[in-house]
Design a protein around this ligand. Structure first.
Ligand SMILES: [Zn+2]
Length: 318
């Protein structure tokens, strides 16, 4: 995976309102309704400024977020985040929500099917939408704030303070033993047989590595050593970034669930993983998640073990 985002955020343009207005006219625009993305089953649906004008009768004029410019095609991208003025009538049926958001999908639903460019845009847009929707007032004086700089900040008109989107760091850890088995845990809020890597929020005054050790010991009862950084992934549900590590434990037999956050732990070799997926005896985390990528990277590191052997064994939170 390239470290360079396919979308150049062009942050220097955010202070240039005239330039942003000009880019808007020819932009590819993601319409976000209540943080759901305009999308089909496996790609985003972009609209243009003319379509936005036409839609303004049905939707409250919300925020425009400048997402950046494509590195290759120099195409400008925005998101237009709105809510309904008159949503389709709520007749109390189960189909109401479906009809209300027809043509829109949550990032959880569609994220795993998007290509890298669209996933980057979706993560950025949904992260901003979540933040703007929940940070409407000044933390210092309580006044209502307004979006500014292409949606990258909110500004307080009373005391002129700038408020920046928050991102909450969380570590996620692939625990292994010396035989290259991996340890996965089951959370009681998940569907039956769903297992994933261990994760937790970084606390104030804590390093990533300290957080890895603490979380693994708290949730699985083992000491983590040889902690190695793997990768990171934005996870705007609502505002996290996952910092991924792998670690070794030398006493795998001591693994046990904490009984609250984790109710079952399971050691798996590659052959055991393959058999469990085939027998539908395990559900892996969804394709969009960094946990899934970590498990796949471990699994495919040995010849003869391929990603497609893990297909079917995936789930999403209910
Ligand atoms: Zn203020």
């Amino acid at each position: 995976m390239s470290a360079l985002s396919p979308i150049n955020r062009e942050s220097e343009l955010r202070t240039d309102a005239a330039k942003l207005a000009q880019l808007w006219k020819s932009a590819h625009i993601i319409h976000l309704v209540d943080a759901r993305l305009s999308a089909g089953d496996d790609s985003l649906t972009f609209i243009d400024a003319t379509a936005v004008k036409a839609l303004q009768e049905s939707f409250v004029e919300g925020d425009r977020f400048f997402l950046g410019v494509g590195r290759d095609d120099k195409q400008a991208y925005f998101a237009w985040h709105t809510t309904w003025i008159n949503p389709p009538e709520d007749d109390g049926t189960e189909e109401f929500e479906q009809r209300k958001y027809e043509g829109f999908k949550s990032l959880r639903e569609v994220g795993g099917n998007l290509d890298a460019d669209e996933l980057a845009l979706g993560m950025h847009a949904v992260g901003l939408a979540n933040w703007h929707a929940t940070h409407t007032h000044c933390a210092r004086c309580g006044a209502k704030t307004v979006s500014d700089l292409g949606g990258s900040v909110r500004v307080c008109p009373e005391d002129a303070t700038q408020h920046h989107p928050r991102t909450d760091p969380a570590v996620i850890v692939l625990v292994k033993d010396k035989d290259d088995r991996i340890l996965l845990g089951h959370q009681p809020v998940w569907p039956d047989k769903r297992f994933s890597t261990f994760a937790g929020f970084v606390e104030t005054g804590e390093s990533f590595e300290e957080c890895v050790s603490r979380e693994v010991f708290e949730e699985a009862g083992v000491y983590a050593s040889e902690i190695k950084y793997l990768t990171s992934q934005p996870w705007p549900f609502p505002a996290s970034i996952m910092i991924a590590f792998e670690a070794i434990t030398h006493r795998p037999e001591e693994a046990r669930p904490d009984g609250t956050e984790i109710t079952e732990v399971r050691w798996l070799s590659r052959d055991e993983m393959k058999a469990a997926v085939a027998a539908q005896d395990i559900l892996l985390p969804p394709k969009i998640s960094v946990a899934r990528r970590m498990i796949e990277a471990w699994y495919t590191r040995v010849d003869g073990y391929t990603r497609d052997q893990l297909f079917g064994g995936e789930s999403w939170r209910p």
